[in-house]
Write a protein that binds this ligand. Sequence first.
Ligand code: TRP
Length: 334
Amino acid sequence: MLNDKKILFSGMQATGSLTLGNYLGALKNWLALNDDYECFYCVVDLHSITIRQDPSELRKRARDLLTLYIAAGLDPVKNCIYFQSHVPGHAELSWILNCFTYMGELNRMTQFKDKAQKHADNINAGLFTYPVLMASDILLYQADIVPVGVDQKQHLEITRTIAQRFNAIYGDVFTVPEGYFGKNSAKIMSLQDPSKKMSKSDENPNASIYLLDDEATIRRKFKRAVTDSVAKIAYDDAQPGVKNLLDIYCASTGKDIKDALGEFEGQGYGVLKDAVSDAVCALIIPLQERFNELKKDKEYIDSVIKENAQRAYYASEKTLRKVKKKVGFPEKIK
Ligand code: TRP
């Protein structure tokens, strides 16, 4: 490696449009950790095909997501920003690690159970071994830290288990990574049903703010956000809609709940909704402007894609060579 910094790996799927929840819950953490680590940010397109995808749609979304990473402020020179499918090592290591993962372990994964239920007509083997591919992403780069949402905790645990199992047999091959779940990273809920997470795949478009929604849409969605009839702005589990708006407000402005409550004391929900809309627009409209500029510059994005795929490839091959030797594959003749 070029320096002594520890290594960070994370990734997102290009399925669905990114929401404010993805930004405040994940991307913001990436930005916060960015300077202290050598970072790999991957668009995990291999994972996407565990669910049936429209090819041209997937291609477009994957490129948009990579562009969004940059628009959000991740520098593609300091960081490695790339497509998983451009680096063959992910799939190769995944095969090898499949042979070090037990059916019983994968059977316990709650995400597998959820997805199998949701896509009962397509419970493919890739959906089952999804966590092994994710473990391979992480272990391939010897990552020390993996910032992800809490819904990925179980996948992080199995990654650690696989790494430890492999190391116990072959010696210290893999760094055993730590998950990073963000101390105060907000869990953003649906605007229409605040008991559910704000999700890319929500069927009701009013439930989510998409990062590429225009200003009028953002304001309209917040106006329609579900609140309650208590008519008091408090940070209380009994008022999940208002609580969610306060969380969004604080996560977007960097203020803490106490200050926000002071600001809104005695005010009505309309004032809160306007303030949340202002805060969110201030955050994401500039991001959209950068995104649209970047998108126009095809040559630049192409060069980022090309150069970073190469960097990722070199880093991945270093681990892969070691792994192949350890498990006993014959050496290549040059
Ligand atoms: N499974 C992750 C999610 O759905 C995405 C992902 C794939 C990932 N590989 C990864 C995240 C490696 C972190 C590290 O959110």
